[in-house]
Design a protein around this ligand. Sequence first.
Ligand SMILES: [Zn+2]
Length: 212
Amino acid sequence: MAKIDVLLEGYKRFHAKHFLGDDKLYARLAEGQMPKALLIGCSDSRVDPSILMDADPGDIFVIRNVANLAPPYQPEGESYHGTSAALEFAVNNLKVEHIVVMGHSGCAGIKALVDGNQASPEEFSFLQSWVNIARDAKERTLEKCQHSDEDKYAICEKESIITSIHNLLTFPWLKEKVDDGSIELHGWYFSLSDGKLYLLSEEKNFEEANLG
Ligand SMILES: [Zn+2]
């Protein structure tokens, strides 16, 4: 078993450098948070949004879940709506101005969606029903794959971002703010192999970000 000490050592370095450091950032943050952006990212250990965006604590309100999915608005029923609760807080309390759905290459959650759950349904029952939020992305992907040699997982990783943005707009209080221009929605896709970031255009294409 790996030792947990490596994380505690990291905490010691953080505490010395950032908490006891000179910039008094945490003294300010102890008073409250005012992030302008909410980012919905994947739980994958390789795609930490704060690291990728070189952001400081307090800059980004982050929701991380399997495959960076936004579920549709489902107020009824007794499910545990963790992602929807965080979304509600970010929009209605923190009043974020931007919401980014950020997907990534090599996403195991999207692979599970595309491949389906053949091997061990009892081991992945929660995961499979969660990624099925994006089943329409899978349908569009399989349609596109008939005409393309492109990696079906990469296509579905991008299509699921479009599905999540569509789902965000089913939350009435969020759609209202998008319509009046107080919130802007963004779809981003990070490629781990070459470090490129792709931005979803209005025409629903992913175009490489210009890093200048
Ligand atoms: Zn992922």
